[in-house]
Design a protein around this ligand. Structure first.
Ligand SMILES: Cc1ncc(COP(=O)(O)O)c(C=O)c1O
Length: 420
């Protein structure tokens, strides 16, 4: 470890919030050219989601056109409040990407989770001669398909939101579903999932163990398919499609991204799949004009430790005496994804860590200023614009990653915790 990384490491193990600027970052062209996942793969994932839109529309009419997307909104009152508290100006405009309000599952994890379920359903139906890619996929909602899919099982390990996304889509198609939930998963998420027909297995250990159990279960069952949050290329690609859609939203709003108008994006990070996939997509679209920062709780800085030490997924926060206990349940991950840490090593602009008390504070301020409800994990990105020194004329996007389904009585307590 060089002197800079060592200094950051020393703070991280003392649970001090840090801002780490990645010293290994290289030009996006160079890094992306060396990866074996390409832009064409993102386009293929986007096309697949378009094929499935008629089915999603039929199963979940609340999505409107069957494309699961969320708004990008400007949050000027939040900006004023952040500036007042920090005693410094945010250069440029501040926006919130509201994946907190993504239809069907209410979190960023729906992007990857739902995509991988659909891809698996398509594969099975094509292999068995039940579907052609030119068909209207709405037919997959029929009883014949439900019966067909019920012979198969989808298994996943989760801190909550991935399980909720996968469980909701897979049970709607007729699959059997087992979700292995880590100790951090909130009771209301497990209850909701069970009510949607999934089997929920509760573990008293952390997320890594829940994933391991799911993986093991599938090895013994040829009809079971394991969705691997630590390594899955399909999950990663499902998240990356967000970048293409964000580019469209920015264009519609007349927000230019170029050398004079940089884009800064702040992404809450658990195992890294969601922020990693979105960063990968954004770097393809906006090259070095986009600056992507991941955010982790001070008690679960797994991606940061993986990159600082160069050990990637071969380190657990417990190895450094950190407990991996945080109210940001979606971010309570001890070891980062191998796939994403290798990719982020030279691509991510930086990582900052945040204390739980700050998450509650930001959650409450967002409610007071903009009347937007998010869960604690999702508030993590809101600090970025006041701690990262951006260029002038920047567009800052805080990625709000979950909250829609959070029961009001639980949210009220969280809000109260964030009030001074
Ligand atoms: C609300 C929320 N935000 C962010 C994340 C982070 O995503 P990832 O674990 O893919 O890094 C999660 C993960 O479950 C989440 O639930």
């Amino acid at each position: 470890m060089d002197e800079y990384n060592q200094k950051i490491f020393n703070e991280v193990v003392k649970l001090k919030p840090v801002l780490w600027q990645n010293p290994k970052k290289e030009s996006s062209d160079k890094v992306l050219a060396a990866l074996d996942i390409k832009f064409a793969d993102i386009k293929e994932a986007e096309e697949r989601l378009k094929r499935f839109a008629p089915l999603i529309k039929k199963l979940f009419p609340e999505t409107g056109d069957g494309i699961i997307e969320s708004p990008l909104v400007e949050i000027p009152a939040m900006k004023r409040e952040l500036e007042k508290t920090a005693g410094r100006k945010i250069k440029g405009q501040l926006y919130l990407k509201c994946d907190s309000h993504l239809k069907i599952a209410g979190s960023i994890k729906a992007r990857g989770g739902i995509y991988e379920v659909l891809k698996q359903a398509e594969k099975l139906a094509l292999e068995n001669g039940l579907l052609s890619v030119h068909d209207d996929y709405a037919k997959l909602a029929g009883e014949k398909f439900k019966k067909f899919f019920s012979q198969y099982k989808i298994v996943v390990g989760s801190t909550g939101n991935l399980g909720l996304s996968i469980g909701t889509m897979a049970t709607a198609l007729g699959f059997k579903v087992t979700v292995h939930m880590s100790r951090d998963a909130k009771e209301w998420k497990k209850k909701l999932l069970r009510s949607r027909g999934a089997e929920v297995v509760e573990h008293s250990e952390d997320y890594g163990k829940a994933v391991e159990e799911g993986r093991k279960q599938c090895q013994e069952d040829p009809r079971a398919y394991f969705i691997d949050d630590e390594n899955s290329r399909d999950l990663f690609l499902g998240y990356s499609v967000a970048a293409l859609r964000l580019a469209e939203r920015l264009k519609e709003k007349g927000i230019v991204v170029d050398g004079d108008n940089p884009l800064y994006v702040y992404l809450p990070c658990g195992v890294g799949g969601a922020p990693g996939g979105i960063t990968f997509g954004l770097k393809h679209v906006f090259r070095d004009y986009v600056h992507c920062y991941f955010v982790e709780p001070t008690h679960s800085p797994s991606m940061l430790l993986g990159l600082l030490t160069g050990k990637y997924n071969r380190i657990h926060v417990n190895d450094c005496g950190i407990d991996n206990v945080t109210e940001a349940d979606g971010l309570a991950v001890g070891s980062p994804s191998a796939l994403v840490s290798a990719m982020a090593d030279k691509l991510v602009d930086g990582i900052y860590t945040i204390e739980d008390s700050k998450l509650f504070r930001l959650l409450a301020v967002l409610k007071d200023t903009e009347n937007i409800k998010v869960e604690p994990s999702a508030a993590a990105g809101l600090l970025g614009p006041v701690i990262v020194d951006s260029g002038e004329n920047a567009a800052h996007i805080c990625w709000a990653t979950g909250g829609l389904l959070l029961p009001d009585e639980i949210y009220r307590d969280m809000y109260a915790k964030g009030k001074p």
